[in-house]
Design a protein around this ligand. Structure first.
Ligand SMILES: [Fe+2]
Length: 304
């Protein structure tokens, strides 16, 4: 196994205080401001999940947590990169490279894990029609921003999706869980790629690759504690009059309950919970593009 998980996203924003406040209201927590970079963390054990640096608005790239020192050495050799001391919070060793679209990729091993931050309440014990799991207790989540547990996945635009899908497969061992194609199966429009963790279960997609005229970010997605955490987060963001993009609904690819917001520079971020898990036995499925595969329920995708 080469990669344990995706760990952080790297942005540039012209107004650091505006995006910091937005992401805190969205459900992240302060770590530090170092020079002209703002670091934010989730409630889980990652040293940080989001970094943005003062500058012209841009999605710069993403960081992965490498599975072992040997895997770090193996990947660095593949990319001809030098392993250095990691300059980010948590430290450890890292190297960086770029993918064929010019996206910055960082690979970190040995960063110090943080103590997870307790969040209000346990995940919901559901009382569904056939199984009552919450007995003698009321479901009363507090009014508060979402309690984001971790960065879950990133969806990127690429002008050459087929080439990028193959690149991430060959170099990082990722495999498509599901593919969207055009008129015939060979014209791939988008892919939902999972990490190769053998028999271990992993997210349906850690990276989604979407064909588009130019490289860019479709969205960065953060896992919330549970369904109430997505819903309450929506209410807080709405009350603060942030720009809503799409949701709440359930996706088709990955099955997540989703809710999208737009940050002050126009980048999309997603709250989600209840995503699918896959492993090495999962077969790649292929579907033609269509609005019925964008979501299973919820409001229509804006503009379609
Ligand atoms: Fe997503």
């Amino acid at each position: 196994m080469l990669i344990d998980d995706i760990e952080y996203v790297i942005f540039r924003h012209p107004d650091l205080s505006a995006v910091r406040q937005f992401m805190i209201d969205y459900g992240l927590l302060d770590v530090s401001q170092e020079g002209d970079s703002v670091y934010l963390r989730a409630y889980g054990d990652a040293p940080f999940s989001y970094v943005t640096t003062q500058g012209e608005a841009a999605f710069v790239g993403m960081g992965f947590r490498v599975a072992s020192q040997e895997a770090l050495a193996q990947l660095a050799a593949r990319f001809g990169a030098d392993i250095e001391d990691c300059r980010h919070p948590g430290g450890g060793k890292y190297f960086h490279t770029i993918d064929p679209d010019g996206r910055r990729l960082e690979f970190v091993f040995g960063a110090q894990r943080l103590q997870p931050v307790p969040c209000d309440g346990a995940p919901i014990a559901w009382n569904d029609a056939h199984a009552k799991n919450r007995l003698g207790r009321y479901q009363r989540p507090k009014y508060a921003p979402s309690h984001i547990q971790r960065l879950g996945h990133v969806a990127v635009f690429s002008p050459a999706p087929q080439q990028i899908i193959e690149w991430y497969g060959e170099n990082l061992g990722m495999k498509p869980s599901e593919l969207i194609h055009g008129d015939n199966e060979t014209s791939v429009l988008a892919a939902f790629m999972h990490l190769n963790k053998g028999s271990e279960w992993t997210d349906h997609h850690t990276l989604a690759i979407v064909g588009a005229p130019a490289p860019g970010l479709e969205h960065a997605s953060f896992e919330c504690r549970d369904f109430d955490d997505v819903g309450m987060g929506h209410m807080v963001m709405q009350d603060k009059q942030y720009q809503h993009r799409w949701g709440i609904g359930r996706h088709f690819y990955g099955s997540q309950i989703f809710d999208y917001w737009t940050d002050p520079a126009g980048f999309h971020v997603e709250h989600y919970c209840d995503g699918d898990m896959v492993n090495e036995d999962t077969q790649t499925l292929r579907y033609p593009f269509g609005r019925d595969t964008l979501l299973q329920w919820g409001p229509a995708f804006p503009g379609i």
